[in-house]
Design a protein around this ligand. Structure first.
Ligand code: COA
Length: 181
């Protein structure tokens, strides 16, 4: 069954057990350190992974992109709200700048929205992530060890989370293994 984001050459779908080795190789190739591959492995072991989407070359079947979303502990006014962290996102070098990253992120966000997630955080380059609606203003008033200009958030559910809302945002424990967060 085709997923949103498919093109004639690209298939975007949730990851399956058989994709584990391909995702691991992709992450080790895309990042200078093994941290991101180790992060994904630990998130899965800890039961903190909420959703992984993969992009496959429709001709070869090779995994050429992946994005992970993990469970966060987020509270607003001392009430827990359903929130996730996007990390990591990776696209094989030969497939970049053709919208693979965008298709992966958007397909993941659409699924999470349908599953009632309210807020998605990302620690990344605002120049890339603002195109999806992520903004530092949504994250600024959350207490987090990663607080700063690179911590962005995106309200899901039609933007019901008001800008400037205050709270606590705690990433899954596995993030502590990342050198720079
Ligand atoms: C970042 C990455 C996932 C983008 O994948 P992609 O499939 O090329 O992304 P898209 O095709 O959807 O978007 C490409 C656009 O994003 C821009 N872009 C890529 N990385 C960017 C960054 N760090 N900051 C700003 N813009 C960026 C490209 O210049 C391009 O712009 P254009 O559309 O105006 O030409 C890919 O470059 C990658 O895997 N990089 C190595 C791993 C990494 O850094 N991951 C992100 C961790 S937060």
């Amino acid at each position: 069954m085709p997923e949103a984001g498919d093109t004639a050459e690209l298939i975007v779908r949730p990851a399956r057990g058989e994709d584990v080795a391909g995702i691991d190789s992709l992450l080790r190739a895309c990042f200078a350190r093994a941290d991101e591959a180790d992060l994904v492995r630990q998130l899965c072991v800890d039961g903190a992974m909420v959703l992984m989407m993969v992009a496959l070359d429709g001709t070869t079947g090779a995994i050429v992109g992946a994005v992970a979303f993990s469970r966060m502990a987020v509270t607003v006014d001392d009430r827990a709200i359903p929130a996730v962290a996007l990390a990591p996102l990776a696209v094989s070098a030969a497939y970049r700048r053709r919208g693979v990253g965008e298709a992966l992120v958007q397909a993941g966000l659409d699924r999470l929205e349908a599953e009632r997630a309210v807020l998605c955080f990302v620690l990344g380059d605002p120049g890339y992530y603002r195109r999806f609606g992520f903004h530092e203003d949504y994250a600024r008033n959350f207490v987090s060890p990663y607080a700063g200009d690179a911590l962005l958030a995106l309200p899901l559910q039609g933007g019901l989370m008001p800008c400037g809302v205050r709270g606590d945002a705690r990433h899954a424990d596995a993030f502590a293994m990342l050198g720079a967060g």
